[in-house]
Design a protein around this ligand. Structure first.
Ligand SMILES: CC(C)(COP(=O)(O)OP(=O)(O)OC[C@H]1O[C@@H](n2cnc3c(N)ncnc32)[C@H](O)[C@@H]1OP(=O)(O)O)[C@@H](O)C(=O)NCCC(=O)NCCS
Length: 183
């Protein structure tokens, strides 16, 4: 766990730590807020608490990290690495997700969560992928800021709230050699 200052609010501290099962209601609440209010993810319905716990348990079992940002004893953001695709040839790649509670955005929390994950991915994954909807300028900016490059845009590949949605895959190749033993 490490503690840092919010950008521009030096008295207020957030900490980043590995998530525990008890964080799942908060993590799921932040995800579901984005699901219900935006087209930034392609979930068309909120995720149940039961499914959220299944997701957490599977991440734990498979060794994919989930981290949270905590402020004043509350989870205000989270980020995770997940399997990108099932084929074993993708074992050296992981997909990133970053979500910050609507009241705490644009204070550097997303950047801190993403850079923490990138550090955790070093030596383990060669490539990170962010799957970003084209109207999600904050996410495009966040990932660009952290060194991700936009690749192909898949036009009208998603459909939510009665509109087709373009998706851009952004990738970052991590510098260090990875240990491919067992992959
Ligand atoms: C995308 C998201 C995680 C960014 O988190 P955040 O904590 O607001 O990000 P940061 O404060 O670290 O800002 C990173 C960059 O994003 C851009 N940005 C974020 N919010 C912004 C705002 N309100 N106004 C202007 N720029 C903004 C800026 O370029 C910023 O860098 P800068 O301040 O150096 O210019 C957050 O907006 C979010 O949770 N969105 C909903 C969920 C989502 O879309 N997740 C990503 C799915 S791919």
């Amino acid at each position: 766990m490490h503690t840092l200052n919010f950008r521009g609010e030096s008295m207020d501290k957030i900490s980043i730590r590995q998530a525990v099962r008890e964080d799942m209601p908060a993590i799921n609440g932040i995800l579901n807020y984005a699901t219900v209010n935006t087209n930034y993810n392609l979930n068309t319905k909120p995720r149940s608490e039961e499914k959220a716990l299944e997701w957490f348990d599977a991440h734990k079992k498979d060794g994919y990290p989930v981290v949270v940002a905590e402020f004043g004893g509350k989870v205000i953001g989270w980020a995770s690495l997940s399997r990108f695709r099932e084929y074993s040839g993708y074992n050296t790649t992981a997909e990133v997700s970053v979500y910050v509670s609507v009241n705490h955005r644009h204070k550097g929390v997303g950047t801190t969560l993403l850079t923490t994950l990138m550090t955790m991915a070093e030596g383990k994954y060669h490539c990170l992928v962010a799957v970003v909807t084209d109207n999600n300028w904050a996410s495009l900016a966040l990932h660009t800021r952290c060194g991700f490059t936009p690749n192909t845009t898949f036009h009208e590949i998603g459909f939510k709230n009665n509109v087709y949605i373009d998706i851009t895959f952004m990738t970052k190749i991590l510098d260090r050699e990875i240990n491919t033993n067992g992959l």
